[in-house]
Every structure is written in C-alpha cells, then in structure tokens.
Design a protein around this ligand. Sequence first.
Ligand code: NAP
Length: 184
Amino acid sequence: MAEQKPLPKPAVCLIAALTPGGVIGRGGGIPWKIPEDQRLFKKITAGHAVIMGRRTFQSLGRPLPERRNLVISRTLPPDSREVEVYPDLASGLAAAAKERPGISGERVFIIGGGGIYAQALPLASFLYLSRLRREYPGDVYFPPIPAGEWEKIICRAYQEFEWEVYKRNGIKNINLEHELLSAQ
Ligand SMILES: NC(=O)c1ccc[n+]([C@@H]2O[C@H](COP(=O)([O-])OP(=O)(O)OC[C@H]3O[C@@H](n4cnc5c(N)ncnc54)[C@H](OP(=O)(O)O)[C@@H]3O)[C@@H](O)[C@H]2O)c1
C-alpha cells in the first residue's frame, strides 16, 4: 500500500449541505431548514475553528457559539469584537492552526459560502457533505468535486439527506469515533 501522508496542520475540512444540482444558497440565505442537518453541523464543528466568507457571516447574523469564528473579508474591520477577521484564506488558516483554550488547532472547518469553498477545496483533506435528496432553486453552488481524488469513509442515510464524509486519497485517516457518535 502507498505510504499515507501525515495530515497538514490544520487539516482543512469542508462542511456543506448541497442539493443534487450543487445548490448551497439563494438570495444570501439557505433555501431549506433541516433541523437534523443543523444538529449534525453543530456536533461536528463544536470545539473547532470555523472559517467563513463575509456574506455567510452576515447571513448567520452572529458568531456561532462554542466555536472559534474566523471571517474572511477585505471590507469588515479587522478589530471586530465579535469575530476574528482575516484578509485572505491563507492568513485565516495560519491563525486557525494556533490552539486556543477549548479549541483544537488540529482541524479547521470551512463552513462556506461558495467563494470560500472554491478556494479551500484544493487544500482540503476532508469533506463533510449533507447531500439533500430534493432539488431547490438557488444562486450559489458548491464547487465541482474533482473525481478520483476522494475516498468515501462514512455514509449515513437521514430522511432528507445522505450524510457523506470523504477523505482525500493518500492522506492519513483520523479517528472517526466522534463523527460516528454524532451521526447516531
Ligand atoms: N448550504 C450550505 O452548507 C451553506 C453554507 C454556507 C453558506 N451558504 C450560503 O452561501 C451563500 C454565501 O456564499 P457566497 O459565495 O455568496 O459568499 P461567501 O463566500 O460567504 O462570502 C464572500 C465574501 O467573502 C470575502 N472573501 C472571499 N474570498 C476572499 C479572499 N480571497 N480574500 C478576501 N476576502 C474574501 C469577501 O468579503 P468582502 O466583500 O467583505 O471582502 C467576499 O465578498 C449564502 O446564500 C449562504 O446562505 C450555504
């Protein structure tokens, strides 16, 4: 078996909910509300840094509790009291690698939106995708996932979506106990 590369620090994890056609958003928001997916998102990302684009932050309207919130923006003031603001993804990732009390620097979750997912996908080691069963109209899309680069390591069926976790080929796996417990 080919030697597996150690994980980068932080290991970049994209987490998203998308329709069969790749829609993730519409009119600055998310065109569905699926509590089961929201619970899963919270369990998986709690205790980690999350990185988001400015529009996603504005659509949330507040920092996500129990997580370290990093926002990528060239227009928000860097000394915002609510969240940490970085002028580009690379500086956000470098900041996320530093441990904070109660927040691991081993992994960082990229939580959207479309622009940030597209920039982070080539750097990602893991993808956490809630693949909705039905289509919704939208105006923001998840970027195309290059075929042949990913191995599906978890798949769980929920009423409205299939939850899939992928690992980049050739990268060392992580302990998935937390993921499997969260998915119960
Ligand atoms: N379904 C899901 O899982 C999911 C998850 C998250 C979001 N969403 C949806 O996605 C939509 C938002 O996505 P979006 O693509 O429109 O916006 P976005 O990625 O959330 O934010 C875009 C903004 O991020 C900043 N940014 C992006 N790249 C940057 C870079 N390289 N350097 C500096 N700043 C950068 C810019 O902010 P400035 O203009 O301030 O510079 C840019 O305008 C919403 O509809 C939201 O509800 C869906």
